[in-house]
Design a protein around this ligand. Structure first.
Ligand SMILES: [Zn+2]
Ligand SMILES: [Zn+2]
Length: 458
């Protein structure tokens, strides 16, 4: 199969959109000018300037599918959840061994000689994957619910950096390589469509990987595993995911909005999820998966406390080496191309990456690119709800509920959150207490309303 070359078309930066697109005017403005409503690729002072430029602009204009990030974000969450089901993805040892102690919520953490603390999970003999969630797997779990939640938290402990990078590379190659080509210019006689992400009407001007810490993860909400050697020798310690070695996705818009998307928080008992349908259409997920972990923080969630302390960020969209790396194909990468991707990953990590991380970033980029290729080709995003069903694991997600009960639950939750965020803003409660309140409310609701939905529930 011939390998078609891909060109990445960078969206305009905020600076670009402060300059009038008409060459006869080209004035700079302090504020953002009005976008061409058809393509959103150029801005003008007014309709006069737009008219003056139309002769030149009409060749490049063309209709653009401007996809709202909030509507698109669950697809990213579902693709990241799909990464975790890859046969080569390493998993927490708790998913392949029996748990022989009682690390139930509220169990005090233990402190290690290096000063770190975490909940100790003692592991005995090996167990089959189908025994998970059973009494046999973890006899002393305080409830079925706890057992189910812990399975999901253990399952969320997978390499984050290659997963986040693979997602962003696949968006780069499948979305930002599309452009407007009129039918008369297309080699196959078919007009091509441009697809771009926007947030609240403003084009996304950058995206990449943010690196840093998840704030306020208590020691109890971290795991450390000790696997006992059945032959009586020394067992093995394995540390769970480290909240101080965390990666998430940032987006910025031309108007300077900052959006955060983190799909790696569930292991620390942050229960944010999003409904997995209809985004799972082209993904290879188990049929029973109803939700995927996702914490999305845009303009409208400003009242939620920031969960992250960012140390550094690395643009993927505006890194010329990444454009080079994805230039040739989604199907196949040469050693040089994948080398550039691994080099980027190691710069982000600030350390050499393991062989499995190198292997997975390649596999996952190809997997997610295939999904996005189908999404773009079928314009599946046109069917995505404007407002995704966000929720919290452990309670029936309000929007999942039908009719009056759903409305009431949603209102209650909103009021509750507002009350607590006021307290938080005034400095009356700490972020820890704020988060606790959140989780307690979730628990109470769960008891009130019966069991809820969660990722992978059957
Ligand atoms: Zn002008
Ligand atoms: Zn236009």
């Amino acid at each position: 199969m011939p390998r078609g070359q891909r060109t990445i078309f960078l969206p305009k930066s905020s600076e670009d959109l402060k300059k009038c697109g008409s060459s006869q005017c080209a004035k700079f403005s302090e504020k953002q000018l009005k976008l061409c409503s058809n393509c959103a690729e150029v801005a003008y002072c007014d309709s006069e300037c737009q008219k003056a430029d139309w002769r030149d602009h009409k060749r490049h204009c063309g209709k653009t599918d401007r996809v709202e990030l909030e509507a698109f974000m669950p697809l990213i969450a579902v693709m990241m959840l799909t990464h975790r089901t890859h046969p080569s993805c390493p998993h927490s040892p708790a998913l392949s061994h029996k748990i022989i102690n009682s690390p139930n919520p509220g169990t005090p953490a233990i402190t290690f000689p290096d000063g770190s603390s975490a909940t100790l999970v003692l592991l005995g003999e090996r167990t089959a994957p189908n025994a998970l969630q059973s009494h046999e797997w973890w006899p002393t779990a305080e409830s079925i619910d706890t057992r189910n939640q812990f399975v999901k938290r253990f399952f969320s402990e997978t390499p984050l950096l290659p997963s986040v990078l693979a997602i962003l590379l696949s968006i780069l190659v499948e979305v930002y390589s599309t452009t407007h080509v009129p039918a008369s210019d297309a080699h196959d006689g078919k007009a091509q469509r441009r697809v771009r992400l926007k947030y609240r009407g403003s084009p996304i001007s950058d995206f990449g990987i943010a690196k840093g810490s998840v704030v306020n993860v208590s020691a109890e909400n971290r795991f450390v595993y000790y696997t006992i050697d059945p032959a009586g020798g020394t067992g093995t310690f394995t540390k769970g995911m480290d909240p101080d070695d965390h990666y998430w996705i940032y987006f910025t818009t031309t108007t300077g909005e900052e959006i955060t998307l983190d799909c790696g928080l569930l292991t620390f008992a942050y229960p944010f999820i999003v409904r997995a349908q209809p985004y799972d259409k082209f993904c290879d997920l188990p049929a029973a998966t109803s939700a995927a972990p996702a914490f999305f923080r845009g303009k409208e969630y400003r009242h939620l406390p920031d969960m992250h302390r960012e140390k550094a960020r690395f643009s993927v969209l505006r890194d010329a080496r990444m454009h080079e790396a994805v230039r040739l194909s989604r199907e196949f990468y040469t050693e040089g191309e994948i080398g550039a991707v691994i080099g980027f990953m190691e710069r982000v990590a600030g350390r050499p990456c393991s062989d499995i991380e190198k292997y997975l970033v390649h596999q996952w980029t190809m997997d997610s690119s295939k999904v996005l290729d189908q999404v773009v080709a079928s314009r599946a995003y046109l069917d995505y709800p404007e407002e995704p069903d966000l929720g919290m694991m452990g309670i029936p997600v309000p929007s999942f509920l039908e009719g009056d009960a759903g409305k009431k639950a949603e209102e209650e939750l909103t009021n509750y959150m507002k009350k607590w965020s006021r307290k938080y803003k005034k400095g009356k409660v700490s972020l820890d207490q704020f988060t606790d309140a959140f989780v307690t409310h979730a628990r109470e609701k769960r008891q009130e309303l019966g069991d809820g939905e969660g990722p992978g529930r059957r």
